[in-house]
Design a protein. Sequence first.
Lengths: 117, 111
Amino acid sequence: GAVVSQHPSWVICKSGTSVKIECRSLDFQATTMFWYRQFPKQSLMLMATSNEGSKATYEQGVEKDKFLINHASLTLSTLTVTSAHPEDSSFYICSARNVELAVNEQFFGPGTRLTVL
Amino acid sequence: GQQVMQIPQYQHVQEGEDFTTYCNSSTTLSNIQWYKQRPGGHPVFLIQLVKSGEVKKQKRLTFQFGEAKKNSSLHITATQTTDVGTYFCAGPTSGTYKYIFGTGTRLKVLA
């Protein structure tokens, strides 16, 4: 199988605080994970590619100092939203590739709903 | 930059009717993937198409990749209430494993 978990599933925080979201591949190793955000009734917007053991690569328009990504092991990537503001409220989803599979299928975590007050 | 558009944005059908969503990329794609996201859920991989003109079927779902590898379609025959959700196509950025998701088509099936 290929299961990806995310924690927490939802979080409410005050404006100005930082929030860390964890993404874990439970039964496979993921050298690459992806972070997306999704606003209600909209598509998934790729934020960054998380690479194990190296710096993440960010998509154009995504502030790397605001969205800190750490991929310290083959099964864990974290996204920290620093100094969160209400406009950061969104659904954050991670995905991972299982490089042992022939198809470039992405396995998505269940997502984290962030609400910034 | 690369864009992937889907039409229609929304579709309401009576149960038993057919449904089709169309996906168009601004660039030629090496492959295209389709995902389904149920309301409140996360995207789940359906299929990947690689060859020009390829057609694949999964029970009531038929996927097609255009000859120019810039467009694709998903057709559902005789929709059921379990088909409710948003269907996304996704195409890779050239030379990478990064996928750009289409705008999505939200399907509602009326019983």
